[in-house]
Design a protein around this ligand. Structure first.
Ligand code: ZN
Ligand code: ZN
Length: 327
């Protein structure tokens, strides 16, 4: 079977044996996999020493091809989407609800990569991170399970609870790329007054179309930084209310510049980060997508596995909004 791997800084489509179901879990025939911003960061920072460990692709949608599991929810032929990491629920990090810092979470993954014809998932994946998806959704829409769950975690870490009226709160999302737009949609599902800001006219229009027009004279209670640029912290400080929360949700190239100690201190701002989703976030993400509460239609551009390198290139050049690799 085919799978994608980095070799000498380049994406190569290699062949390997189909994974064996030699322990509890399932083999998934991959239908497709979304290209995540974090894949792009990994590709950009790959070098000889780390590229062997890099697993490309995790926003997987597929069909259960073989199964040997204690989890009775699934059977062969089920169409599923998944998250790739699960926590142990026992360690100090997990007890502190800091699941993405758990050692088991960091170690757990799908095999050999999301951009592959078949993958192996284990029983804990089936228990905590795999969901049957509504067949009326297109495959690229199903693949939004994991990225939407990342946004849900950030929204929850900002203090919002699902199912209650948060409309007295205003949130500004800085950076309306695919993850920023998803954050806006997530915030709306949480009934937060959501606003989007982007330097690109085209992307600003996307936010406006979502009903999230940026209002210059407003101050916002909570600001989500979804763009990988340290300048955004200055913009956040300009628009945040005193005592407000800034959620850091992306890496930046030039670390540390823009850290405004005194402004954060005197204005009593809270800086919170959010990295990767917990099983409960994935569960809510599946509900929001499957029940059409969050709609993600017409966001993806399709590529074949053989053309993954083009998808990466087009993403780096901002030619497309979100790449979906049909396998
Ligand atoms: Zn992702
Ligand atoms: Zn743990």
């Amino acid at each position: 079977m085919k799978y994608a791997k980095l070799k000498n800084g380049k994406i190569e489509i290699l062949t390997c044996k189909k994974p064996k179901l030699d322990s509890k879990g399932a083999i998934i025939k991959v239908l497709g996999c979304g290209l995540c911003g974090s894949d792009l960061v990994k590709i950009k920072h790959a070098n000889k020493n780390n590229e062997d460990k890099i697993i490309l692709g995790h926003e997987v949608v597929g069909i259960i091809d073989e199964i040997n599991s204690d989890i009775t929810t699934f059977k062969i032929g089920d169409i599923i989407a998944l998250g790739h990491h699960y926590p142990c629920f026992k360690c100090e990090f997990c007890k502190n609800e800091s699941y993405s810092m758990c050692k088991t979470f960091k170690k757990s993954n799908i095999y050999p990569a999301g951009f592959a014809q078949y993958i192996k998932v284990d029983d804990n994946h089936l228990k905590y991170t795999v969901y049957k998806m509504n067949p009326t959704l297109k495959d690229d829409e199903k693949a939004f399970l994991e990225p939407l769950s990342c946004c849900i975690r950030a929204i929850k870490r900002a203090g919002f609870k699902y199912g209650i009226d948060n409309s007295k709160s205003s949130a500004l999302v800085i950076g309306v790329g695919s993850i920023g737009l998803l954050m806006l949609k997530g915030l709306k599902a949480f009934k937060v007054n959501a606003f989007g800001l982007d330097i690109s006219k085209e992307r600003q229009e996307l936010a406006n179309k979502e009903g999230c027009n940026f209002i210059k004279n407003n101050k916002y209670d909570t600001i989500f930084l979804t763009a990988g640029n340290s300048k955004t912290i200055e913009t956040a400080l300009e628009y945040i209310i005193d005592g407000g929360k800034i959620i850091v949700f992306s890496s930046v190239e030039d670390d540390l510049s823009g850290f405004s100690n005194n402004e954060i201190y005197y204005r009593e701002l809270s800086i919170i980060s959010s990295y990767s989703p917990s099983p409960s976030d994935i569960k809510l993400s599946a509900k929001l997508l499957n029940e059409n509460i969050v709609k993600v239609n017409n966001l993806s551009t399709y590529y074949s596995l053989d053309n993954l390198a083009y998808a990466v290139d087009d993403s780096f050049k901002n030619k497309i909004f979100k790449a979906y690799i049909k396998i």
